[in-house]
Design a protein around this ligand. Structure first.
Ligand SMILES: C[S@@+](CC[C@H](N)C(=O)[O-])C[C@H]1O[C@@H](n2cnc3c(N)ncnc32)[C@H](O)[C@@H]1O
Length: 230
């Protein structure tokens, strides 16, 4: 990645919302985080150490309340999953989901995904990256906050194994256009599949909370799978 691209990306894709934690989320953060959480640091992760094995890995960025992530991890016990989310109540909710599902193949991180990708995810270490319903930042003056941007796509391409896949979904038409334009310019990705639907033809994923919200508003859903071509 060029220094110029890296420097352009100083604006965050999220605003920390002061969400209230329920008592059970609070308990999960103190009792379950030590079991399933990975602390942020500026050194590369050793996934085999965290999972106690070497398996294909999927990263989900901005997992929200984590219900989709827990479901995918439950359905694929032979794969390992890493979820990144900055919203604390969502992390607490997901920890409870992991505990209830009794799964061992999911770990969570609570930090800016851009920094995690840059500092902690080793090169060519992931089979798949999921970005489901990223914050749309619909106002024009906020478009610069959208996570899908050249520097982010460079970081994803670096983290993916050759032939690995980037899965994106959105319910905002204007963001869909932005995503298609950004990916058309991304040198390391080729489009594998696209589906525009009413919540009935997602590409290899369960329905998410924000997808349900978008459908209630009458939004169309766009799903894409892009393959890392390097
Ligand atoms: C619109 S929500 C979608 C949540 C979930 N994927 C769903 O479909 O229900 C987007 C989520 O991404 C998280 N997020 C945005 N930028 C992030 C970043 N740079 N690092 C980690 N999480 C981020 C937000 O906190 C928010 O919970």
């Amino acid at each position: 990645m060029t220094e110029e691209r890296e420097n352009r990306r100083t604006i965050r894709s999220f605003v920390r919302r002061a969400g209230r934690l329920t008592p059970s989320q609070e308990r999960a953060l103190s009792e379950l985080w030590p079991l399933y959480g990975i602390e942020h640091s500026d050194t590369a992760l050793d996934f085999a150490e965290h999972f106690g094995r070497d398996a294909p890995r999927t990263l989900e960025i901005g997992f929200g309340n984590g219900e989709t992530l827990v479901e995918q991890a439950r359905l694929q016990p032979d794969h390992d999953f890493i979820g990144i989310e900055v919203h604390e109540p969502g992390v607490g909710h997901c920890l409870l989901g992991i505990h209830e599902a009794g799964i061992q193949n999911l770990r969570l991180m609570s930090f800016d995904a851009i920094e995690v990708l840059r500092q902690q995810i080793p090169e060519s270490s992931l089979r798949r990256i999921n970005l489901y319903f990223p914050d749309p930042w619909p106002k024009k003056r906020h478009h610069k906050r959208r996570i899908v941007a050249p520097a982010f796509l460079d970081l994803c391409a670096r983290a993916l194994q050759p032939g690995g896949t980037l899965h994106i979904a959105t319910d905002w038409d204007n963001y869909a256009e932005h995503i298609e334009a950004a990916l058309a310019q991304a040198p390391d990705f080729v489009l594998q599949e696209h589906s525009r639907h009413d919540g009935d033809q997602p590409l290899d994923r369960p329905r998410t909370k924000f997808e349900r919200r978008g459908l209630l508003r009458g939004h169309k859903i766009n799903d894409w799978i892009f393959t890392a071509s390097k």
